[in-house]
Design a protein around this ligand. Structure first.
Ligand code: ZN
Length: 203
């Protein structure tokens, strides 16, 4: 399976990164070795001093598809989860400065914790789903899918022009504003609406 992540999909996050709001979806990949499941801890890597959290809703692809039309994209996922797109911001900044790819800042081992999934039928309106991240009990990031620049369906259609989607592929749909550093000892908990679906410690 592969992990596809959308960059700058919330305008306020693009703004806090001093980045332009994109005119078409921006995406990148993480390898499957980045996944952390079952609330296992994240081990702070020694190659970075600035690991940032990015809380994101995640779509789980349920069947193979290529060149999927946006109007049919809803048929390609049944479940929505929540995860963290960990980013070694210091490494990413250096790569960006040199115009180099930044996979190592985004795709390192453990860079994609993923929580439990819920069936999308649970939500009345997929374009109005609230989610948030707490660190040590304090709410640090809040988002709502009404603020997405590119909807779930648009993103699936766009990605599938380039990459065949396969069963089990995960799409991290972008982070709202409020990204920031984590520290050893922190407990991160992520919620969709009021349901806690992810809880793990930084070690
Ligand atoms: Zn992200």
């Amino acid at each position: 399976m592969k992990i596809i992540c959308i960059g700058r999909n919330y305008a306020e996050h693009a703004k806090e990164m001093n980045a332009a709001v994109p005119s078409e979806p921006v995406f990148f990949l993480k390898p499957d070795t980045a996944l952390i499941k079952d609330n296992q801890p994240f081990y702070y890597p020694d190659f970075s001093k600035e690991i940032h959290h990015e809380v994101e809703l995640v779509l789980k692809i349920n069947k193979p598809g290529k060149n999927i039309a946006a109007e049919f994209a809803y048929k390609y996922y049944d479940e929505i989860g929540i995860g963290i797109d960990f980013t070694a911001r210091d490494i990413q900044a250096k790569c960006k400065e040199k115009g180099l790819p930044w996979e190592k800042a985004k795709g390192f081992d453990g860079a994609a914790p993923i929580g439990q999934f819920v069936n999308k039928s649970k939500f009345k309106d997929l374009n109005n789903i609230h989610f948030h991240l707490t660190i040590n009990g304090n709410t640090i990031q809040k988002g709502n899918t009404k603020d997405l620049l590119f909807s779930f369906d648009t993103v699936i259609a766009y990605i599938s022009k380039f990459f065949t989607l396969k069963t089990g592929d995960l799409i991290y749909t972008g982070t709202p504003e409020g990204v920031g550093p984590v520290s050893i000892g922190d407990r991160l908990e992520a919620y969709i609406v009021d349901e806690k679906l992810l809880s793990f410690e930084i070690k």
